[in-house]
Write a protein that binds this ligand. Structure first.
Ligand SMILES: [Zn+2]
Length: 649
């Protein structure tokens, strides 16, 4: 009787370990793959892998063995064999050059799909790999849906939201797939998943390698795009079959009947590629032949990070007319973005205009008076909501420089009169100008949008107030509209008096406001805000961004809310509309305030002690600064009653 109950198993185990004592011949991953890998049925080309048919894959795979390599970024379109590259990389590090690996997919479901449809079929079809692996639930290693162990290492399967991926084991080789689908770093209080992987990976020094791949997403938010930019930026150059000039394949050079007339008949079967040098049209066979003679060329020097970009146009598995058809299909449903991302492998540019609220918050300032000296006229913008009215008072100066004076919320149902009474009192107030003058409003715009009942309530309240420069406004979308159009007379109810309703071109008005908020230097257009203004107000003020969307290939610009509350922005838009309607003369306003300031200076000087010897002390001869005088005025309420400087208009 044998010492071992499972002699056959022992012999197998010894054979396996003996096999690993023989050093493997030095082979490039592509050479090893061609000698050992059968691509499982269901992939584009079944049978033994041959990179001749897709030479771009060879360059990406063999980058793994370039001296000094530690990172590979694959920014790829569809049908370029990204999965094949990952499979071959895994097979190579299981069967030929064993190293531990962590493979990451965006979600647990993605990982299960990858395991069941890509990895297991590959293992089953390739004894060269599977004989190195531990048996499932075998005693010689773990082999389950999370860990596959093999002689010389293990492969951990994980996903980006799994804390174990980020904090658990580390391995010299990381394969991060579809990285643009990973969650943003701050969602779970964790850092960026790819950055965390890189940090763990760094401990392996020269042995470390990250292979990251993805189709890109939005410009500025795409991890794979930033990975590509950081690397040496390799693109695939192919020779023209007619002039031999090498070039990168570009979507702009694809022609078909109908391309120049988006509304006309489209004939994708006429698709051809136009050489960017000689202009000759390539047949699809010529395009594929050119790709087979192509090569990767880097734009930047190599410093350990190889990065690759290739669009679907580079695929030898895809007909040009099918790519054109998929373009037409995507455009038809208004989804240009997925074509740009998935086929062109380019980031999609949202040409949105936004302003950073934190920057605005950090530049809040101490006002010397409720209305600082530069603010010459006041307007108000009032936004109507279901349960409240919100009102901003804005001071405007030369070049439409602005100072937010006050922002008030009046709680109450617009269908009841109380909240309107409060608003009326507020709009009838005056605000102290730095010169000492009391300013009243030059104009106010009140939103009449909302439900029918509220609109009617606003009309009722507005009736007869035009003479008091309180205007009803209605926002209308559309580019190219004037910020304020001539009023239309709205018959309101059965009474004879009508309400003047001004139409505000909100798209243009919002753009004006947004661009002013972006002005960084005090002066024309700059927006000032007081030191005590609630930070939430700034978030409301910047709650919308201008987004360019493509409809049938044409850009459409529209405002998108980035957070639910945006009343502060609407109020500012209406206050700006009020300025446009009131159209005050800044020069005259400045003169009046200057006269007030002059009168007040005299008043203050007359009250100074010992006015008979001012020349003996030149320092005291200087009139007090405006700030000093206003402080004096604030302390002395009796002065206000004397009143030759306190003008109200
Ligand atoms: Zn040519």
């Amino acid at each position: 009787m044998s010492q071992f109950s499972n002699m056959k198993g022992v012999v197998e185990a010894v054979k396996r370990s003996m096999a690993n004592l023989v050093p493997p011949p030095e082979m490039l991953p592509s050479e090893w793959a061609e000698a050992n890998i059968n691509i499982a049925v269901g992939n584009a080309v079944p049978g033994p892998i041959r990179f001749m048919s897709a030479p771009y894959q060879k360059g990406m795979l063999d980058a793994m063995k370039e001296p000094g390599i530690n990172r590979i970024s694959l920014k790829l379109g569809a049908q370029l064999g990204k999965t094949t590259i990952l499979q071959c990389a895994m097979g190579y590090h299981i069967a030929h050059d064993p190293k531990s690996m962590i493979a990451v997919q965006p979600t647990e479901g993605d990982m299960r799909t990858f395991l069941e449809t890509k990895l297991r079929p590959m293992f089953e079809a390739n004894p060269a790999i599977s004989r190195k692996m531990a048996k499932q639930r075998g005693r010689d290693g773990v082999n389950n849906s999370r860990i596959i162990s093999y002689v010389g290492g293990w492969l951990m399967l994980s996903w980006a939201q799994s804390p174990r991926t980020l904090r658990g084991r580390s391995a010299p080789v990381l394969l991060a797939d579809e990285i643009d689908g990973y969650p943003a770093g701050n969602e779970n209080g964790e850092g960026d998943p790819v950055q965390l992987l890189l940090q763990r990976n760094a401990t392996f020094g020269d042995q470390r390698l990250l292979i990251e791949s993805s189709t890109p997403t939005i410009k500025g938010m795409s991890r794979i795009d930033s990975g590509f930019e950081q690397g040496d930026k390799r693109r695939f150059w192919v020779p023209c079959p007619h002039c031999e000039d090498h070039q990168v394949l570009r979507w702009e050079n694809v022609t078909w009947v109908g391309r120049d007339s988006p509304e006309g008949e489209q004939l994708p079967e006429t698709a051809a590629y136009a050489c960017s040098s000689c202009g000759s049209l390539w047949t699809d066979g010529e395009r594929i032949a050119a790709i087979r003679r192509g090569e990767w060329r880097a734009e930047k020097p190599f410093r350990g990070h190889a990065s690759f970009h290739a669009p679907e146009l580079c695929s030898t598995f895809r007909r040009l007319q099918d790519i054109v058809q998929s373009y037409l299909d995507k455009i038809a449903v208004g989804d240009e973005q997925s074509f740009v991302n998935v086929s062109l492998a380019e980031v999609y540019e949202e040409t949105g205009e936004t302003v950073d609220p934190e920057g605005l918050i950090s530049r809040r300032e101490e006002y010397v008076a409720p209305v600082p000296a530069g603010g010459l006229v006041l307007t108000a913008g009032v936004d109507m909501q279901q349960d409240r009215l919100e009102c901003e008072i804005v001071a405007w100066g030369h070049g439409e420089e602005s100072w937010s004076v006050e922002f008030t919320v009046f709680w109450g149902d617009p269908l009841q009169s109380d909240v309107w009474d409060e608003l009326e009192d507020h709009l009838a107030s005056t605000w102290l100008h730095e010169s000492g003058a009391q300013l009243s409003l030059s104009g106010a715009c009140v939103d009449t949008g909302g439900t029918g009942g509220n609109t009617q309530a606003a009309y009722d309240w507005l009736r007869g107030k035009t003479g008091r420069r309180i205007f009803g406004v209605k926002g209308v979308p559309g580019w190219g509209r004037p910020i304020v159009a001539a009023p239309s007379r709205k018959q309101s109810g059965k009474t004879k008096r009508k309400v003047d309703l001004f139409l505000v071109g909100v798209d243009e008005a919002k753009l004006s406001v947004m661009r002013r908020l972006a002005v960084q230097v005090p002066g024309p257009g700059y927006c000032h805000a007081p030191i005590d203004r609630d930070p939430d107000w700034f978030h409301q003020l910047t709650a919308e961004k201008l987004v360019t969307r493509y409809v049938k290939g044409f850009p459409v610009r529209e405002w998108h809310k980035t957070r639910p509350r945006n009343e502060a922005f609407d109020c500012r838009v209406y206050a700006y509309a009020a300025l446009k309607i009131a159209n005050p003369s800044f020069r005259r306003a400045a003169e009046r305030l200057g006269n007030v300031l002059e009168a007040r200076k005299n008043e203050v000087l007359n009250r100074l002690p010992e006015p008979q010897k001012p020349k003996e002390n030149p320092q005291e001869e200087k009139p007090p600064t405006v700030a000093e005088t206003v402080k004096k005025i604030k302390r002395s309420s009796s002065l206000k009653k004397r009143g030759n400087w306190a003008t109200n208009w």
